[in-house]
Every structure is written in C-alpha cells, then in structure tokens.
Design a protein around this ligand. Sequence first.
Ligand SMILES: Cc1ncc(COP(=O)(O)O)c(C=O)c1O
Length: 365
Amino acid sequence: MVPLFAPVRQNEPLFAEIQAKFAEVLRSGEYVLGREVAAFEERLSQQLKFKLAVGVASGTEALVLALRAIGIQPGDEVITPAFSFVASTNAIVWAGAKPAFADVDLETANVTVETVEKAWNSKVRAVIAVDLFGRQAPIEELKKWCQKKSIYLIEDGAQSIGVPNLRPDIYTTSFYPTKNVGAVGDAGAVLTDDAEIAMRVREISRHGGLTRDHYLRVGTTGRIDALQAAILNVKIPKLEGWTKIHRTLAATYRTRLQSLQDSGKIWLPEAPKDPLQHVWALYTVRVPQHRSAFLEALKNKGVGAAVYYPKIIPRQPVYSAPGEFPHSERLAREVLSLPFFAELSSQEIDFVVKQVTECCLSPSI
Ligand SMILES: Cc1ncc(COP(=O)(O)O)c(C=O)c1O
C-alpha cells in the first residue's frame, strides 16, 4: 500500500532532534509562548521573507485572526473560492462576515481577477485567495485589483508554504501534520509586512492585549503551542530541500504519465511558468470520465488516492449558497490526488505509475 501522505516519515529522520526539543521545553516550563515561539516567529518570517510572523493555533485560526485584524465585521462580505477546503469559508463566518463565492480557473484551480470580479459587490471588504494544491494564485494581479477597490488581499497559503512573497496584505499558513511542513498537531501562522496588522493579530490571539489585565480588543486563545513551535524550529530549515524534492517528484509523475494524458484518459497538472510558484502540496490529476471507478480501482490496487474536494463549498449543506460555478463543479467531479510527499521512494513511484497506467488502459474504466 502506498499512502497518500506519510507524516511519520517526515518526522522519523528528525526523531532525535525533535525528542531533544521536547525535553528542553518540558524542562524550561515555557509551555505557552516563550523562547521557542519567539524563535519560531523570527525564523519563519526570515524563511518566508515577510517582515513579521505571528504563530497561531492553526491555519483556520490564522485566517480568522487575519480577518479580524483588518476589521472585518458583520455586514461585510469576503470573496473566497467555491472550490477549496472549507476552512477559508468557515473563517469568514467566524469573523462575522458573509462569504461571496468566486469560481476558479480550470487549469490552476485558483481564483483569478476575472472570477473575483464576478463575485464582487459593494459589501466586499477582502479577498481570500487560496493557493490550492500548492500552486500560488495570481497574487500580483489580485493585489492590483484589490488596491483599486481599496480592499485587503489575504493569501491562504495553508498548502503553499515556500512560494515567493508576492506581497499580499497577509499570508497565512498551516502546519497541519500532512502539510509540506507538518507539526505533530495543529499549528499555523500569520505573516505580513504591516506592523499594525501583526500587532492586532498578536493581541487578538492573546486575549485581546499583550499586557496583563489591559485588553484592547475582543480576544481569544489563538496562539501557537510552544511544543509545536519547538518542533517547527527543527523542521522549517528543511523546507527548501523538501520543496525541491516535491518539484522533482511532480516532474517525474509528468514525464512518466505523459503518454496517458495523450490518450485523453487523465489530465496532468501543468507547472506554472515560474516553477517557484508551485510547491506541490498535492499531485492532483483530473479524470474526465468515470472518476469514481478509477478511484476505487486505484484503492483496490493499493494506491492511497483521494478526492480533494468532491463537493464545492456553496453546495455544502451548511452554506447552500446560490450562484453558478461551472469550473469549480467540474473540478469537484474530476479531480483525483495521487500519493505525494518528499519521502516517497522510487519503488513506490514506480508502483503508483504502474497502477495508474493499468487503470487508464483498463477497458472497464
Ligand atoms: C487551503 C486550506 N486553508 C486552510 C486550512 C486550514 O488549516 P488548519 O487545518 O491548520 O486549520 C487548510 C488545511 O487544513 C487548507 O488546506
């Protein structure tokens, strides 16, 4: 069986270092904030080239805090993709606002200026552009568009840690264990070049004020756990190396599956013109016909394939929002993600390629 993800394999080579960090934190008594969190924020801001980073409890919390820090409130709307993980939509609602869904581009699965323009109305105060599957959304174009409208751009980089800083107002990320850099539990971060925004995120995530018994805002317990920060201090320096492996693996899948694409059975994802703008959190192909048979066959053959995401967010029972999102609907029908992580062995790649090839050649699929 080749799993879709294998977070234990990311941790295994670092086991001794992580264990030592755990012991250090245990003995330090600094279980909340403290030196490991300060070091984590410093290291992450340097690595991702933002002036400031704030460690928070999860990628979802990062989005809620970002929205609250820019003053999103009831009556406001925030544009977010119809095809994505549900977290960005949930964050908008937790921040008190309403999601305004945008369709996505069929090739990139990301929002574009054209799709956000269609979702625009006068109540919109921000756009959350998700870098889906690790491919960066067109942040520069979106930023220009947001500037014209005098609204904020938040880049949801939960799946894209390591892409270039293209200067959104805020970049958020997640360290959920299966992400490109995984914690051993929940963790996230908010990054920005704006000191005022960073300060507000910090305050809101720490009960509303940085000084004890003096609260400036309605706050919460949204900060990162010191143990997670300590582990991430071991792992963040590995990011560039892991990202390079991801790009090589994506190129390998492409080369070895290309002939199947020519047969029309599957569509392979394109690398962007600037390869740095993709960190390949997932390798997501499209199967235009019989996706469920394809998926079942792969699973039966021992390939841990999965569908991210089978239903668009506006059609989830909790949201049931109106509107037509043809590309999102099509992606939800066709996408299928293959095993993808830096520690995948060459035998495992061979196995996945062989099984995908057999599925494509099978007359019953
Ligand atoms: C695109 C996207 N946004 C936000 C999140 C939320 O991150 P977390 O699980 O850390 O809350 C995730 C992943 O889980 C995600 O994939």
